[in-house]
Design a protein around this ligand. Structure first.
Ligand SMILES: NC(=O)c1ccc[n+]([C@@H]2O[C@H](COP(=O)([O-])OP(=O)(O)OC[C@H]3O[C@@H](n4cnc5c(N)ncnc54)[C@H](O)[C@@H]3O)[C@@H](O)[C@H]2O)c1
Length: 258
């Protein structure tokens, strides 16, 4: 069973990544939390240890190959295996019309959202091949599929991550390594509430109007919780999902159906 091995979760210091760390620990995994921010990682570490699993917080910048190599080496030294890799670290990038986006903002977005998963897989796949098993879960977004106004860099990286997922799945399937993507819809939490507040201020609408408009994009009239993404991640790493690979699974309360 892969779930009782070791998982590396990038961006595990907060938000969706933190929920993934906790859920994988509840399913029996030891967890390596790989994030930029050491202060935030210590809370995730505490939550994982509360579940009775071992946790290691390793300061990592997924855009830097050397940093990624150090993190993977540390994980291997400490736990002797890497059964699960969750590429969750991601940034929203700029919200501007395409012609106003600076090269630096484009590069920053692609560096975290695409180069990061590439570097992580480049270092972890050889370990998984040698073990003869592994599960990779890439956290993409429904924005990779359904356009979101003024977010060209983010949309390009998330669609790119789906292409990366499919091709890598093709390369490594014979080694019992599955590679899948999850496409979350808007996840409820402090970040999205801040976005709604900003939109309300900018458009003169109330917070509730803005929120309801977004909720109504779902047939269930709701957002998703970070635990929904964590549950799907744990499922994709379970034995029950052993014949699911190369997929991009929407967890969006039905907001996107393709
Ligand atoms: N929140 C949403 O509504 C939503 C919707 C769809 C997809 N997603 C995706 O889910 C993932 C997690 O989103 P979130 O909302 O939890 O974000 P968040 O901003 O709350 O957390 C992201 C984490 O990634 C870390 N990180 C950023 N750059 C990094 C780097 N270079 N190296 C290592 N770690 C880095 C941050 O420190 C942070 O802890 C992202 O890939 C995001 O695109 C989020």
């Amino acid at each position: 069973m892969v779930l009782d091995s070791t998982a590396i979760v990038t961006g595990g210091g907060r938000g969706i990544g933190q929920a993934i760390c906790v859920r994988l620990a509840q399913k029996g995994a030891d967890v390596v939390i790989a994030d930029l921010d050491s202060a935030e990682m210590s809370e995730t570490k505490r939550l994982v240890e509360n579940e009775g699993q071992r946790a290691l917080a390793v300061e990592t910048d997924v855009t830097e190959l050397e940093s990624v190599q150090d993190t993977v080496d540390t994980a291997l030294d400490e736990f002797d295996e890497v059964g699960i890799l969750v590429n969750n670290a991601g940034i929203a990038g700029p919200t501007d019309p395409c012609e106003e986006i600076a090269q630096e903002a484009w590069d920053a977005t692609t560096n975290v959202n695409l180069r990061g998963p590439f570097f992580m897989c480049r270092e972890v796949i050889p370990i998984m091949k040698e073990q003869g098993y592994g599960r990779v879960v890439n956290i993409a977004s429904v924005t990779g599929k359904k356009p979101l106004l003024n977010r060209t860099p983010y949309a390009a990286t998330k669609m790119g991550l789906i292409g990366f997922t499919r091709t890598l799945a093709l390369e490594v399937g014979e080694h019992d390594i599955n590679v899948n993507a999850i496409c979350p819809g808007s996840v409820d939490g402090p970040r999205i509430r801040g976005v709604f507040e900003q939109q309300a201020e900018a458009t003169g609408q109330t917070y509730d109007t803005v929120r309801t408009e977004v909720e109504n994009q779902s047939p269930r009239n709701e957002l998703v919780d970070r635990e929904d993404i964590a549950n799907t991640t744990a499922y994709l790493c379970s034995d029950e999902a052993s014949r699911i690979t190369g997929q991009d699974i929407n967890v969006s309360a039905g907001k996107v159906m393709y």
